[in-house]
Design a protein around this ligand. Sequence first.
Ligand SMILES: Cc1cc2nc3c(=O)[nH]c(=O)nc-3n(C[C@H](O)[C@H](O)[C@H](O)COP(=O)(O)OP(=O)(O)OC[C@H]3O[C@@H](n4cnc5c(N)ncnc54)[C@H](O)[C@@H]3O)c2cc1C
Length: 338
Amino acid sequence: MVHPAAYDGGMLRAALLALSGDAPIGRHLRRWAEHSGWGRRLSGRFVAGLTLGDALAAVQQLNRQGLAASLDPLGEHVATRAAAAQAAEQAIAILDAIAAVRADATLSLKLSQLGLDVNSHGHDVDRDLAAAHLRRVLAAAARQGNVVCVDMEGSDYTAATLALVEQLHAEGLPVSTVVQAALRRTPADLERLLSQRIGVRLVKGAYREPAERAWQRKAAVDECYLRLMRRVLEAAPGLAAAPPGMTMGAATGVAIATHDERLIRAAVAYARQRGLAPAAFEFQLLYGIRRDLQRQLQAEGWRVRIYVPFGPAWYPYLMRRLAERPANLLFLLRNLGN
Ligand SMILES: Cc1cc2nc3c(=O)[nH]c(=O)nc-3n(C[C@H](O)[C@H](O)[C@H](O)COP(=O)(O)OP(=O)(O)OC[C@H]3O[C@@H](n4cnc5c(N)ncnc54)[C@H](O)[C@@H]3O)c2cc1C
């Protein structure tokens, strides 16, 4: 959510986003929250547990309801080479576990988890370390017949993320990525990705961005999302095929990822108007958010994939979810007593 001031409760949203970052107060709150029982209970609504076992159990339950999943091992902006290597090993272990239990699940990862920040100071990112790790993870995905979606982080990382995804996709590895409707650069990025037949997940954008890079008003972001959504759906049939060797889950190339019911209904109407088969694209929603809508879309025959975050490093993720809807804060506080 890029445009906190434009929403009702903008100050609270801006404060929550600031607390999700790396400022000293955010760091202190994070250390306290992630180690307290109170904090863990707080995160349970949006995070599928602390371990891979917890997350796989959640995925299997979703699969039984006809919902696919994408596992997201939480963690971002690792500061050391060792932590980046460990994140890559963990990603490969997750792909192995998905295959072992034959879950209908893909993997979502952030490049700053694989070391994009190591040796750099935020703006001047170093691709080599993350590239080496991502290549290994994608090779494991290819062996398993699976696909990895590279999440999109703040706009300091957009160019490096896209360049790496395009490079590894050109090497024939099974990778897709995310485009954020809020960013002014996105229409051009989207065209380039589609021309290479790279799968895309369309989101609004979860980060606070400056006006020169991003639309600031919610109405402008929504309007942009609507335009890009039509473009993505037009391209969907050309991207519907699973990547080479893909055997499980048959993730589609194109995903409409939002909880915004108005935009979801517009996507449904547009897909029907264009005569798109339900298998041509998928809706994606976050674990624990609008579960009613998740079930409803699935019952209507659409493909639905749930993004399932897990792991002990849940604090920045939770803060972004609270910033999107500060009413969640009230909901969580109320339920702490139960
Ligand atoms: C599958 C998936 C993957 C994503 N990956 C990325 C990524 O890689 N990079 C990135 O920048 N962003 C990512 N996002 C987040 C996205 O950018 C938005 O910040 C987030 O989805 C909220 O925007 P919205 O589209 O739901 O619309 P909004 O306009 O924010 O919300 C519309 C309605 O949805 C419901 N809603 C939205 N958020 C919440 C919430 N937190 N709790 C409860 N209800 C809520 C409310 O009813 C709200 O009125 C992802 C989102 C999804 C669904």
